[in-house]
Design a protein around this ligand. Structure first.
Ligand SMILES: C[S@@+](CC[C@H](N)C(=O)[O-])C[C@H]1O[C@@H](n2cnc3c(N)ncnc32)[C@H](O)[C@@H]1O
Length: 223
């Protein structure tokens, strides 16, 4: 299959980072499985031990989902995108590439682990996409308090307990027809319950369905 990224150098960079991310998956899965079996995990959010463990993990959005987001951004002619959860910036590269192909704009990224933010900035520079990315470092509950202008697209790829605070900050800025994509909504549906309650509240004028990507991917449209 031909990928959506037209630039082979960008595709090679993405492939390298995706391989790094996938290389961590088995160990990360086993670590959480072991904690789950000991009854140490809660659907209300991650504890300090899990936060520390994840501080250097990429957990990149899988390529088919990232390519899907790229295509949606192209279809929307998106100019302003909010990425909730940036990590090392793998999905950000797809989003920024789509924005560039749309003629320019801005991807607002969010990351509170300083080492991940530094790695992401280096990646953005290497990709030649830095001027299209406003990486907001710190807790998104602070860094997303100001969003300039209408938002066309949102990628929700965050520890689930942050999805509700994020959508509350972003929703007032969504333009009619804006799209939100949220990852893993089948796999961890219960943990997403506060976010999904917001989506299902008629006064927020959002319509949603779960797409059959691995783990489930919520497609949400603002009317
Ligand atoms: C699943 S990863 C994002 C992966 C990224 N979208 C990609 O595809 O490469 C989620 C990220 O959100 C960050 N994060 C979690 N809570 C946050 C918060 N309150 N504010 C900002 N970033 C946060 C984590 O450090 C983690 O790197």
């Amino acid at each position: 299959m031909v990928g959506v990224l037209a630039d082979p150098k960008l595709q090679a960079l993405v492939d390298r980072l995706q391989a790094q991310s996938q290389g961590q998956e088995a160990e990360t899965g086993a670590w959480f499985q072991a904690r789950a079996e000991k009854g140490e995990l809660s659907s209300d959010g991650m504890d300090e031990k899990s936060h520390r463990y994840m501080a250097d993990k990429l957990v990149a959005l899988e390529p088919p989902k990232a390519e899907f987001c790229h295509l949606i951004c192209r279809a929307l002619r998106a100019k302003r995108v909010v990425e909730v959860g940036t990590s090392f910036g793998v999905s950000t590269l797809y989003l920024a590439d789509a924005i560039r192909a749309n003629g320019g704009g801005m991807v607002i990224g969010t990351e509170y682990e300083p080492a991940k933010a530094a790695a992401a900035r280096a990646t953005f520079a290497e990709a030649g996409l830095a001027e299209l990315i406003d990486l907001r470092e710190g807790d998104l509950r602070e860094t997303l308090k100001v969003i300039e202008g209408p938002v066309d697209f949102v990628l929700m790829d965050i520890w689930t307990e942050m999805a509700r605070p994020a959508i509350e900050l972003i929703a007032p800025h969504l333009r009619p027809g804006a799209v939100i994509v949220a990852d893993n909504t089948t796999r961890v549906r219960n943990a997403y319950r506060h976010f999904l309650a917001f989506v299902e509240d008629p006064k927020n004028r959002l319509s949603a369905m779960t797409l059959p990507f691995e783990g489930g991917l919520e497609l949400i449209v603002k009317s």
